[in-house]
Design a protein. Structure first.
Length: 186
């Protein structure tokens, strides 16, 4: 019997987003130990991914509005810095508000595109290691501690870690798309 359901072809960006969505669904049920391990491996994932891209293309984008690898690295470093505070607030001051931020304004006004990507990478890796070490030593009973986000509402420490597992993966795929675009333009 022929397949009557036609699936439209997907772009690489759509495939990447589908992979991220599947990761989100799958990772929800992971144990605390497995979530911590995936979170801690973020530094390794960044090293491995960046190793695939020539440094000369980190400032490339094919379309205005799409972030370059340099911009993505600065966004990830700033996100990790925000996470550093959010995780600690969840433990030291559970129930308190955490701030949101406009990532596009940060990119534009903080001049991500003119900033040193190696500095962003070093900061990101240092903060992820510190955050992973912090999460590992938190007692199990504190894993459910919550903070309040202006847009997303209450977020547990577990949810903060979970969100940042898939957030990093999303942006690593985004870097891969920039590389693909760069190669096709050579």
């Amino acid at each position: 019997m022929p397949n009557l359901i036609k699936v439209p072809p997907m772009s690489s960006a759509q495939r990447d987003e589908r992979k991220i969505a599947l990761l989100k669904k799958k990772a929800r049920d992971w144990s605390r130990a497995k979530k911590w391990k995936a979170f801690a491996k973020g530094t390794e994932r960044v090293h491995r991914t960046l190793g695939k891209f020539p440094r000369k293309m980190w400032g490339f984008t094919a379309r205005k509005g799409n972030w370059t690898i340099t911009q993505v690295l600065w966004h990830l470093a700033d996100q990790e810095a925000n996470l550093y505070v959010r995780l600690r607030r969840a433990i030291a001051e559970p129930g308190q508000m955490i701030s949101s931020y406009d990532q596009n304004k940060w990119s534009d006004k903080l001049l991500y595109s003119k900033s040193d990507p190696e500095q962003a990478k070093a900061l990101l890796l240092l903060l992820r290691k510190a955050n992973a070490d912090f999460v590992k030593r938190i007692p199990s009973k504190a894993w459910g501690n919550k903070v309040k986000h202006q847009e997303w509402g209450p977020l547990s420490l577990e949810n903060l870690v979970f969100r940042n597992i898939w957030h990093l993966e999303h942006h690593l795929y985004q870097m891969g798309r920039r590389h693909t675009e760069w190669k096709s333009g050579e």
